[in-house]
Design a protein around this ligand. Structure first.
Ligand SMILES: C=C(O[C@@H]1C=C(C(=O)O)C=C[C@H]1O)C(=O)O
Length: 249
């Protein structure tokens, strides 16, 4: 049988769900934006991809239940700053993301803010903050940056304040013609195993990522990996806002 090619974000946020996945599959690591193009080109069969990318390419894709979401603060999708708060200065945006950039546009507009978003070709907070006073960062870079710079916006938290719903940043998907239900079920089962054997996973993550234990525990408890009815409503609401702001055209 041909082995399935499964994408995995090269971030801490995918560590727990894949830790106990002992399937014979080919794992391909990438950042969310790269993952999106690899899924469309057929380089991989199933992967978490940016929720915005799924919404934009709905007619070609099929989504599953494994996701990366948060209800309130997410900790790893943040605007960091050289300043004390988010003023009207420009915001450098990470090239690795599709969801958070569009979510940021919505959140700023809802606050009545008109900051210029600057697409830069580095995802490193220190370099981004040389170009603009504020920077939108995601994933492990965001986790590192939040320990050095001031966090002036957590996008999960801000979205929750606006809608009282979870923010879905990533969602698993395949091309329409592929059925990856079995794979999705296995990842969700591995995720459950990860929460049952939580200490083991945290200890392994401590070694692999050299991050403080307390943070790892908090982070893994913060993320939601299953698209339950609340997350579905969060995703639908995000789609509505994207349409209202003309982001999906
Ligand atoms: C929670 C995160 O969200 C990620 C952010 C994404 C985006 O902005 O496009 C896509 C997938 C998510 O896994 C993270 O970066 O840590």
């Amino acid at each position: 049988m041909v082995r399935m090619r499964v994408g995995k974000f090269d971030y801490l946020n995918n560590f727990l769900p894949y830790y106990f996945l002992n399937e014979k599959v080919e794992i391909v690591e990438a950042n969310p934006r790269e993952m999106a193009s690899m899924l469309l080109s057929g380089r991989i069969d199933y992967a978490p991809v940016p929720a915005f990318f799924y919404l934009k390419n709905r007619e070609r894709l099929r989504h599953y239940e494994f996701c990366v979401a948060s209800e309130g603060k997410v900790l790893s999708v943040v605007v960091v700053s050289r300043k004390k708060e988010l003023d009207d200065g420009s915001i450098a945006v990470t090239p690795h993301s599709l969801t958070s950039v569009n979510l940021l546009k919505i959140l700023l507009a809802e606050r009545g803010m008109k900051n210029m978003l600057v697409e830069v070709n580095t995802a490193k907070a220190s370099e981004m903050l040389e170009l603009c006073p504020h920077a939108l960062v995601i994933g492990d870079e965001a986790i590192k940056a939040r320990m050095i710079y001031k966090v002036v916006m957590d996008l999960g938290e801000e979205w929750y304040e606006l809608t009282s719903l979870p923010a879905v940043f990533g969602i698993s998907a395949s091309l329409k013609e592929t059925n990856a239900e079995e794979m999705d079920r296995k990842i969700l089962m591995a995720t459950e195993e990860g929460y049952r054997r939580f200490d083991e996973v945290v200890r392994a993550a401590e070694k692999a990522f050299k991050m403080p234990r307390e943070f790892l525990e908090e982070y893994f408890r913060t993320l939601k990996f299953r698209l339950s009815s609340k997350e579905r409503r969060g995703l639908d609401e995000f789609e509505k806002y994207c349409r209202d702001y003309g982001l999906l055209e």
